[in-house]
Design a protein around this ligand. Structure first.
Ligand SMILES: Nc1nc2c(ncn2[C@@H]2O[C@H](COP(=O)(O)OP(=O)(O)OP(=O)(O)O)[C@@H](O)[C@H]2O)c(=O)[nH]1
Ligand SMILES: [Mg+2]
Length: 370
């Protein structure tokens, strides 16, 4: 029997059903993947109704660097802005291991049990923290992360601090439109991302360990100055006395800072995520702060200033990106860098020359467009 006949025997036996040539399940999945993004209205309505899948998808669009995604993300944002703003935005910072995740789990659970809707966002532009430790975070926030009224979103993946922070700032708007009334923005306190977090929150909380000098904790003076409250963590068991001593020390240190524009006098408390001690007190303190700044007008002013800050930040970033991504500039950059390094001319000259090249080109483009 020839090969040809063999084939025929295998495939054309009447009465025997043949398997489909293509796996239909894969076709379905492929088509699903190729499906277009939901329409902007669908996103907005879904987010407004608290649909977590659409909220997550929209955040992914914000985080994406594809121009098509950015475009849709901006449209969703515009539509969500009228429904945003109604939340308490709290920044939480502290060195690695100070107990941020445990604190967020304890305070967060208290809040969701009291019918708050809580979103936890993070800013961590360092590439060192891999997905692995984010998973670690989820286990440290196990109960909270599975609660229906808590939404936990890890930091946008590594990029420039400004870029990562801007994405988080935009995510805040989506979360508020989705009805989250309390927002935590967590960042690892190593001295860079705090300013970015500070410029998107209403209340800034610094977590500190007892018994380690502040040099040891790597906390810069400027960060202490930004804090509306300092919480000494792990105040339980044998640590209580030490935490009380630290509280006294930090309270004294805070007195040395000039009064802040909000009129609020920062306070130090001790707390334990393990025993829950001090957690209620801290929440009361945050509410007291909110009451004060809302009645003296600082709350509104601060949010307006922050919007302005982000406008300029966006301009600065876009200019920088546009400059460094310009093909012509890229071609010249190395050569000019060498000139600057060799020191035969002042570093300002190549900088000026490059900028002139860049802006002249822009100008000509604009001119011809008219
Ligand atoms: N005794 C005691 N230990 C605590 C408390 N809170 C956290 N810890 C422990 O401190 C360690 C670090 O806690 P995390 O909550 O992971 O700290 P973190 O600041 O989120 O750390 P990073 O995510 O690495 O920046 C863990 O082993 C916790 O079990 C507390 O209130 N009391
Ligand atoms: Mg953590």
């Amino acid at each position: 029997m020839g090969e040809q006949e063999n084939k025929r025997l295998l495939t054309v036996v009447s009465g025997v059903s043949q398997p489909p040539l293509i796996n239909e399940e894969s076709v379905r999945r492929y088509k699903e993947k190729q499906k277009k993004l939901p329409a902007v209205e669908e996103f907005t309505e879904g987010i407004r109704k608290g649909n977590r899948t659409l909220l997550s998808q929209a955040i992914t669009l914000i985080e994406s660097s594809l121009p098509a995604h950015t475009e849709v993300a901006q449209q969703i944002l515009e539509k969500c802005i009228p429904y945003s703003g109604n939340s308490i935005r709290i920044g939480i910072t502290g060195v690695p291991g100070v107990g941020k995740s445990s604190f967020i789990e304890t305070l967060g659970l208290k809040l969701v049990r009291n019918h708050h809707k809580l979103a936890v966002l993070a800013i961590d532009p360092s590439s060192e923290r891999s997905r692995g430790s984010i998973l670690g975070d989820k286990t440290r926030m196990e109960e909270l992360s599975s609660h229906a009224d808590a939404f936990i979103r890890p930091s946008p993946s590594a990029g420039s601090l400004g870029g990562v922070a801007r994405k988080t700032r935009e995510t805040i708007i989506l979360c508020e439109a989705a009805g989250y009334d309390t927002l935590f923005v967590e960042t690892v306190g190593v001295g860079q991302s705090e300013t970015a977090v500070h410029s998107m929150v209403d209340f800034f909380l610094l977590l500190m360990l007892a018994g380690a000098g502040d040099e040891l904790q790597g906390i810069k003076r400027g960060i202490m100055e930004m804090a509306d409250a300092i919480a000494i963590t792990k105040a339980d068991g044998e640590n209580i006395a030490r935490a009380d001593r630290a509280k006294a020390e930090f309270s004294n240190a805070l007195h040395l800072f000039p009064p802040s524009e909000s009129g609020w006098i920062p306070r130090v408390i001790t707390c334990s995520s393990r025993t829950g001690n001090g957690i209620n007190e801290l929440w009361e303190l945050i509410l007291e702060y909110m009451g004060q700044v809302k009645s003296n007008g600082f709350f509104e002013k601060n949010r307006r200033d922050q919007s302005c800050y982000w406008m300029y930040e966006t301009i600065n970033q876009s200019l920088r990106d546009s400059f460094y991504h310009d093909r012509r500039i890229q071609r010249f950059l190395q050569h000019y860098e060498k000139l600057a390094i060799e020191g035969e001319i002042s570093p300002f000259a190549p900088a000026k020359a490059l900028l002139e090249k860049y802006f002249k080109r822009r100008y000509i483009k604009l001119y011809y467009k008219r």
